[in-house]
Design a protein around this ligand. Structure first.
Ligand SMILES: Nc1nc2c(c(=O)[nH]1)N[C@H]1C(S)=C(S)[C@@H](COP(=O)(O)OP(=O)(O)OC[C@H]3O[C@@H](n4cnc5c(N)ncnc54)[C@H](O)[C@@H]3O)O[C@H]1N2
Ligand code: MOO
Length: 420
């Protein structure tokens, strides 16, 4: 067990005062705008799911790229159908066009058999569906009342013209955007390189040889949460309370990370070495503790250009701080570098009452259910910040504003776990 070194304690610069939740978000918002832009790489479009588009993209070609038949049927020029006043007219059938053909120009006075998706012969201006006509002895019999210029034709560029804006920079790509890119025959797409997040847990209790060994929860928890958001996560567990071990691992991961997360070791115990080690490495402290519950010890440091989220060790506090601070920061870092998305994304009524948390902002696990047009939040009981069971039963976190008592039926704000 290591104790605080008096010299280190003496040299330490006074940490900024505890901030409230909103102030912490403002500091993080300001920080994210100062960070260097991520590098860009090109990936095959079929590997672009979940990646962040680095540049805006315009249509290279109109869609459809030509006039296309929307039906299996017959193409002709309306002007060639004589309106005799009779119920049917006839026109001889000549050509046959399928999707993939580059048809010869339309032969005036004839109709061409055409299949759905085929390019219209130049000069044809109408397609009639196969089931609406009769073909006898090479003649097409149709009702003149059934035809009109442009009927059953997908016009060139009717969906979008060449040069139309398709995607904006910083969009997160998924199947919808991949379909659009592929429709333009785009094979490589410029995306931001994934954010590299280093995650460090520490504590002698995580050594398998410890007399009272404990399961290390936070690095797998954070790995899963952040990987799902598209980050590349590198985790290390320091299974000791040694400052030297911690310093070596923090230095190593700070070198190779855009963002660093530590968990545990930030309270006032004799083995809480994270903050002294950060200071020894020359990190500056952007705030020390936040008026939230749980998660009060959460401290934000910066080591060179690397933001360091020093999260409390209790797994529940780690999870909540990661949800309400790290994920919005990561998203802003990866996507737009602007102010962090505000927490409440879902509004609904509380089915429970909760006392005020004085001047702290509270986050409690809840289920979210639909009742008519409204969402109803129900409390998932938990004993405290070391609990993990409550999260697997909850859909999200409900925010309890400072000084506010929640009573049944109150209009509240929550966020779903997977939605940020
Ligand atoms: N005298 C005071 N004691 C504590 C205070 C305080 O204000 N004064 N704050 C309490 C609060 S709130 C929290 S939260 C914790 C935060 O402490 P640390 O961040 O230093 O965390 P540790 O002491 O290292 O660990 C706390 C607890 O969590 C377990 N833990 C830590 N890391 C992990 C991990 N990666 N996986 C699973 N479990 C982990 C650890 O074993 C401890 O049980 O301090 C309170 N104390
Ligand atoms: O607030 Mo601590 O973060 O209780 O667990």
């Amino acid at each position: 067990m290591h104790s605080l070194q008096p010299s280190a304690a003496k040299d330490r610069t006074p940490a900024p005062a505890m901030v409230d939740y909103e102030h912490a978000l403002r500091i993080l918002s300001a920080l994210v705008t100062t960070l260097p832009a991520p590098d860009i790489e090109h990936v095959p479009v079929h590997q672009a799911d979940g990646r962040i588009l680095a540049t805006a993209l315009q249509a290279l070609a109109p869609r459809p790229e030509a006039d296309i038949s929307a039906m299996d049927g017959y193409a002709f020029c309306c002007a060639d159908i004589a309106d005799t006043g009779l119920a049917t007219s006839t026109i001889p059938l000549r050509d046959y066009v399928v999707a993939g053909d580059q048809p010869a120009p339309h032969h005036r006075g004839t109709a061409a058999t055409i299949l759905t998706g085929a390019r219209l012969p130049a000069g044809a201006d109408c397609v009639i569906a196969r089931e609406r006509v009769e073909v006898r002895n090479g003649l097409l019999h149709l009702a003149p009342s059934d035809i009109a210029v442009g009927k059953n034709i997908r016009q060139t560029g009717e969906e979008f013209a060449a040069g139309s804006p398709l995607l904006t920079a910083s969009q997160k790509l998924d199947w919808r955007h991949i379909a659009l890119l592929v429709s333009q025959n785009i094979t490589q797409v410029p995306v931001y390189k994934p954010c590299r997040v280093g995650v460090i847990a520490s504590g002698a209790e995580f050594a398998q040889s410890a007399p009272d060994s404990r399961a290390e929860i936070n690095t797998p928890l954070l790995h899963a949460m952040l990987t799902r958001q598209g980050a590349h996560v590198t985790s290390r567990v320091v299974c000791s309370d040694s400052r030297e071990d911690l310093l070596a691992v923090i230095s190593e991961l700070a070198e190779q990370s855009d963002i660093l997360l530590t968990t545990g070791g930030i309270s006032v115990g004799q083995t809480d070495n994270v903050l002294p080690v950060m200071e020894q490495l020359g990190a500056s402290c952007l705030f020390r503790r936040v008026k939230i519950r749980p998660g009060k010890p959460f401290t934000l440091m910066q080591l060179g250009s690397v933001p360091v989220f020093c999260l409390p060790g209790n797994p529940g506090a780690t999870a909540i701080c990661a949800q309400v601070f790290v994920l919005p920061f990561l998203r802003s870092f990866m996507e737009h570098r602007q102010a962090l998305m505000s927490f409440p994304v879902l509004h609904g009524r509380s089915s429970f009452s909760h006392p005020s948390l004085s001047d702290a902002t509270g986050f409690v696990p809840v289920t979210c259910a639909q009742s008519g047009m409204e969402t109803v939040f129900s409390l998932v009981p938990s004993k405290g910040a070391s609990d993990v069971l409550c999260f697997s039963r909850a859909d999200g976190l409900l925010l309890i504003p400072p000084g506010q008592t929640i009573t049944i039926g109150d209009w509240c704000s929550a966020t779903r776990f997977c939605s940020i």
